[in-house]
Structure formats: C-alpha cells, structure tokens
Design a protein around this ligand. Sequence first.
Ligand SMILES: [Zn+2]
Length: 126
Amino acid sequence: MTNQRKKCPHCGSTSTLPIAYGLISDEGHKKNNESREWVWGGCKYGQNGTDHCNECGENFGEKIDYTPKNPIDPEKLLDGLDKLTYHLEPENRIPKLYSEAITEANGDEEEAERIYESMLIQLFIK
Ligand SMILES: [Zn+2]
C-alpha cells in the first residue's frame, strides 16, 4: 500500500494520502478518522489538488481551476442584443421562426411574440 502512495514534491516524504472530494457522510468521515485512508478536500472537486502530505501538511497534484474559461464576451453580447432588437421589429421578423412560434402558440399572436422573442434569445444571446 505504502509504495502506491505519491511522493510529496515539497519535502520528498512518501507519507501521503489521496484527497477525497464531495459530500461525504458523517459515517464516512468517522470511519476514515480511524483508518486514515484519505483526507477530505472539500465539496468542490479538485480545488486542493490530488494528494496531501502528512509530513509537511502541503497539498499537491493537479488542481482544477473553477474560473470560467469562456466568460461572456461583452462585444458579442451587444452584437447579439442588436440583432435581437432588430429581428423583434415586426417588419424584420425571421419568417421561419415566427411561423414556428405562431404554430406553437396555436395562433395566439401575443403568445407567439413571447415565444418568438425567447427563440431569438436562444439564437443570439445564449
Ligand atoms: Zn511534504
């Protein structure tokens, strides 16, 4: 078992434990307090690395970065809003989408406009 454990990059000790993540039951924690097979890293998977060193107390291994990789590009959003506003005008409606909305609304024009608008949002914003 010991030789399967990873070596700490900070102090070189092989007295390390894997880090467990997620919701773990009280019973799970109690059991582990006796057997010490892992250390708990929190609920967010991977935020503290993959392993913990018993010797120096450092965590190591690959961390998962929760910073969103593709934040909404404000220019794209503005562009999307422009298109949305444009195509909301009755004379600029996209015929295919609007007829789908009419069908879905069973001919109710007010309802169709709401559906059409949400279709445009799907199309240009999301
Ligand atoms: Zn260490």
